[in-house]
Design a protein around this ligand. Sequence first.
Ligand SMILES: Cc1ncc(COP(=O)(O)O)c(C=O)c1O
Length: 401
Amino acid sequence: MSFKQEAKRKFPKWPIYDDEEIKALISLIKSGNWWCGSPGIHQGKNVWAFQEEFAEFQEAKRCIAVFNGTVAIESALLALGIGLGDEVIVSDFTFVASASAVVATNAVPIFCDIDAESLVMNVNEIEKLITKRTKAIIPVHLGGNPVEMDRLMEIAKKYDLKVVEDCSHAHGSRYKGKRIGNWGDAGTFSFQASKVLTSGEGGAIICNSDDLADKIYSVSDCGRSKNQYFYKHFIYGTNYRMSEYQAAILRTQLKKFPAQHALRNENAKYFMDKLNEIDGIRVIKPTPGTTELGWYVYPIVYEPEKFRGISKAEFNKILNRFSVPTDDPYPPLHGLDCFKNIDLRKGIDYSNANWGGEKSNDKYFPVVCEIYSRCIEFPHEMLLASKKQLNNVVEFIKSLK
Ligand SMILES: Cc1ncc(COP(=O)(O)O)c(C=O)c1O
């Protein structure tokens, strides 16, 4: 079989599950405990157990499970006191939720350009964006690649800023020996369908302060407080609780994670080295100091002139036609219609933001725009394929020259 025919072989489909997930759901249904309740009352076992298991896996003191990764960011920001008129610095190269969660708190996201090699927030750009209104930073570990967290935390300390790490791509990543999510005040995760740990939808916040964890819990469970009367609502909060169904699946998926993570890491090294050897292809560079990488999506940047001038859309289409499941990465946030048009929330003044109207011009975000124009990404499940299949992809990309 030629490598072109071989390349047409299907890659593993995500999510991967077996009888364990089915048994977990049946057992939950039969138990009659269909919701997590509050501590000590109507308590379903899965959410509370998952919180402990995930905290242990991420090497954090506490974990609060919620129903998606967007409200995980929102809960952490609200518990940290971020609100009306505050500015929050966010990477410009991320899923919209990293910024829409800021908008949901009535604060204002401020977009930070990226580093051309690692594609994550360029920490050298942060200080230029700080104003009197800046209250927090949201570093996003894109594709699992850590932001330079030691430098970022120095800046946060200098200006007394809160830090919420968006770890939606970084389950299992580690920077300078410390698990991602433990550097800032809180780390938030998504368990949405495409993520390396998934229940279709789901989210969590980890942190190492009991006070903050209790506050995050209150925000996400109707303002309740741990072990207090059920109908006492101490602060403003809403219902962001994770469901027992989500947690039952996550607990089984978490058991499968270490073996998948190890295989992804082994194959990533093999695949990246081979891709890097192709003239005109550059793979994402792990941030110096990365000691473990989660490998969620992994972007590659190509030089069109070395590939007969084919556009990014064509490049993607050709690969997809040969069953190589590449995708377009996130469009930079400053150019999204919702930010260009400013009209996000009634009564909020966005006039000081570094986006909106003319300020959303690409020329103000040069690195991310240049990278985005030449960047495609592979999904993590490809890294669960055989080395032979990955090799076929490499040969196929070479044949496009
Ligand atoms: C970087 C990033 N942040 C936040 C989110 C939001 O997570 P969710 O879709 O679970 O709300 C996502 C999810 O796709 C994401 O990729």
